[in-house]
Design a protein around this ligand. Structure first.
Ligand code: 13P
Length: 246
């Protein structure tokens, strides 16, 4: 039986004060049956670690460098994230693929170095609206997943995958549970060919998950929780989504 996982992706939001209020609120609202984590901007990781130490909410970052260390101005290494107690790191979010031109291979390299530092990469895949309308959804997500499978080999079983259709992110347009389930099933089949542990892997859905649609999405057979953007910034909404995960 796979555990459900709900991860808040704060993106480039928050302040030290707002984060403290949010985390105190979440601490009071839990605990939940499912695993819960928040992925914060880098400068807040030390604060988040202090607030969540010993609590049942894990934390992580939203990206990491594909390099070990060195002359890479502005980048942050997986080793540094591990030092701050991160459990997770998101890699290949569509906003990084779009605004920072991250390739499938770069995303795979980031996942690999994250694992080498005992972080769990949350690997994001997903198609744009144009790709969906051109019936390219399957081709695109399989291509994105395949780069990571080839780079990680049997270690692929250690990643969390998040299917986030780009057209559903921040738009209020959620994929229907059937649309999301279809892609999740496709991904699980692809993972099955790569690892005997595919049935144990957590596959999250992301894109306008809200308290009123979370339970139906999470009840789909291959959807093991969610990667939550906007709604993760509000205590009541995020707590309700965590509850919906069971
Ligand atoms: P929203 O929940 O704001 O649509 O964002 C989803 C997302 O991109 C999470 O990584």
């Amino acid at each position: 039986m796979r555990r459900k996982l709900v991860v808040g992706n704060w993106k480039m939001n928050g302040s030290r004060l707002l984060n403290a209020e949010l985390l105190a609120g979440l601490d009071g609202a839990g605990p939940w049956v499912s695993d819960v984590a928040v992925c914060a901007p880098y400068p807040y990781l030390a604060d988040v670690a202090l607030s969540l130490q010993g609590k049942r909410i894990a934390w992580g970052a939203q990206d990491c460098s594909s390099r070990e260390a060195g002359a890479y101005t502005g980048d942050v290494s997986a080793a540094m994230l591990a030092e701050f107690g991160c459990k997770y790191v998101i890699v290949g979010h569509s906003e990084r693929r779009a605004y920072h031109a991250e390739s499938d291979q770069l995303v795979a390299d980031k996942a690999k170095i994250a694992l080498a530092h005992n972080l769990t990469p949350i690997v994001c895949v997903g198609e744009t609206l144009a790709e969906r309308e051109a019936n390219q959804t399957d081709v695109v997500v399989k291509r994105q997943m395949s780069a990571v499978i080839h780079t990680l080999g049997h270690c692929i079983s250690q990643v969390v995958v998040a299917y986030e259709p780009v057209w559903a992110i921040g738009t209020g347009k959620t994929a229907t549970p059937e649309q999301a389930q279809a892609v999740h099933a496709l991904l699980r089949t692809q993972l099955h060919a790569a690892t005997p542990k595919s049935a144990e892997m957590q596959l999250l859905y992301g894109g306008s998950v809200k308290p009123d649609n979370a339970a139906t999405l999470f009840s789909q057979p291959d959807i093991d929780g969610g990667l939550i953007g906007g709604a993760s910034l509000k205590v009541a909404d995020f707590a309700a989504i965590c509850r919906a995960a069971g």
